[in-house]
Design a protein. Structure first.
Length: 455
């Protein structure tokens, strides 16, 4: 992968020919994704002829309709004089003003629909990248010259620091007082595979542990996408696309919809808040938290076509369609917040923050997961988690296997899985050769796995 090596061209490996290189997964612990062992040899996302499928749109996320009111956040109001001072010191037309304009858009709260903010803002997932548009205000637009709307389209390829996606629970600037997601959900992209407890990596191999701690989504080790209507679904869809890229598996929009439907029926906490309830630290002795549903109504206010537009005759069908679409999406997001996000996700402080236990994975004292596995040797399969969560057995690799079948014939997963009959963890490999018509050379790790199983 380009971000892991200074000269990526000499490390790329492609599935050309009759005997493609074996792509093994196993030494990195899973988060939302399972990272391949040869992460430096991933195919380039910018050589389209080398991609496993056509460059087609896989997923178009809903944008939260409360996003235009994010300029009313107390933190932005407090820091606004500081931003203005920086702009004056560095020059009003340079990067400082650009960044301020991205987060303090003064006219979106009143012109969100009629100035095309609602339709031009997007977050889209492709087989090799993520594209999104964060609209901002042009400097000369404030003086009345032209439109105020300025597109700010960004592209994040999967071969430049993408190792997993997850929803950010709290502690980010887009939330009201860093707690209430009134202006849309936030998704974090993990951009480093070599992290976790330092003492483990010192004695094994760098990257043998995965950073899946609850504060990492609010720190510099992750890139964040803001203003999303359903952050959980977006994170899952992005993980599916990323895992398909890792495997070299063809993926189209219908496949993505099948995976999302499987996620809704079997994994999503929203589909069954009690049966799929995630563990939370300190329960049932948590501090209650007000859901702020009334504030959510204020941020998702009703918008109608201005009466001024009717003075010159009937308005266009496109204008009516845009306002109707806004109203439908607004009502859907209000209902979701009233039924799930407010009473469930924002019921207590611990549940809003997202820490699941005192020590261990996603614990309050972070980077304490796996402290008892210091005997692991470099190159061995990653050990199991100390605490088992529903997310451990439902990462993107397992969902793709369950919904779309085995990966390409050169892909080999090695995982430690819990055997109920033996009441212990055993090392399994999949897919087996009988899952494909053609046989492949035996991977080198097979003998090592057999040795570990005997021990």
């Amino acid at each position: 992968m380009g971000c892991c090596i200074s000269s990526p061209h000499k490390h790329h490996q492609y599935n050309d020919g009759d005997n493609p290189p074996i792509r093994q997964f196993g030494i990195y612990r899973n988060n939302s994704n399972v990272v391949p062992d040869d992460i430096q040899g991933m195919s380039s996302t910018h050589i389209l002829g080398r991609l496993a499928c056509q460059d087609t749109l896989l997923y178009d996320a809903d944008i939260d309709q409360g996003q235009p009111f994010r300029c009313c956040r107390p933190l932005i109001c407090i820091l606004l004089p500081f931003h203005i001072l920086i702009c004056v010191l560095n020059g009003i037309r340079n990067l400082s003003f650009t960044r301020m304009a991205e987060h303090c858009t003064c006219d979106q709260w009143c012109c969100w629909v009629r100035k095309e903010y609602s339709t031009r803002t997007f977050f889209r997932i492709y087989p090799n990248r993520i594209e999104f548009n964060e609209l901002k205000v042009r400097l000369w637009g404030m003086c009345g010259c032209g439109s105020w709307t300025s597109d700010n389209i960004k592209t994040h390829p999967f071969d430049r620091g993408a190792f997993g996606f997850r929803r950010v629970s709290a502690g980010v600037k887009n939330y009201l007082c860093c707690l209430w997601p009134l202006f849309g959900g936030v998704v974090a992209r993990q951009r480093c595979q070599c992290n976790g407890p330092l003492w483990n990596r010192m004695f094994t191999d760098c990257g043998g542990w995965w950073c899946d701690e609850w504060p990492c989504g609010m720190m510099c080790c992750a890139y964040r996408y803001y203003g999303l209507g359903d952050a959980d679904e977006v994170a899952f869809a992005a993980s599916i696309a990323l895992q398909a890229y890792f495997e070299g598996r063809p993926l189209d929009k219908d496949d993505m919809e099948k995976c999302i439907e499987y996620w809704k029926q079997n994994i999503s906490e929203k589909g069954d808040p009690e049966g799929r309830r995630r563990d939370i630290c300190c329960e049932p002795f948590c501090i209650p938290l007000v859901p702020c549903i009334c504030c959510y109504y204020c941020a998702h206010r009703k918008r109608d076509v201005p009466d001024l537009y009717y003075m010159n005759g009937p308005v266009s069908e496109e204008l009516n369609h845009v306002y109707n679409e806004y109203e439908q999406l607004r009502q859907k997001q209000i209902d979701d917040y009233k039924k799930f996000d407010g009473p469930v996700r924002t019921s207590t402080v611990c549940r809003r923050c997202g820490c699941r236990r005192a020590f261990g994975r996603k614990g309050f004292i972070f980077c304490t997961e796996g402290c008892n596995h210091c005997s692991r040797k470099a190159g061995e399969p990653a050990p199991p988690f100390d605490f088992q969560d529903i997310d451990d057995d439902n990462d993107a690799a397992r969902v793709l296997l369950e919904v779309l079948g085995p990966p390409p014939k050169n892909v080999l997963y090695t995982r430690q899985e819990y055997d109920e009959e033996k009441a212990a963890f055993v090392i399994n490999q999949y897919p087996t050769h009988r899952d494909h018509d053609d046989d492949l050379p035996e991977p080198k790790r097979v003998t090592e796995v057999e040795r570990l199983q005997k021990e």
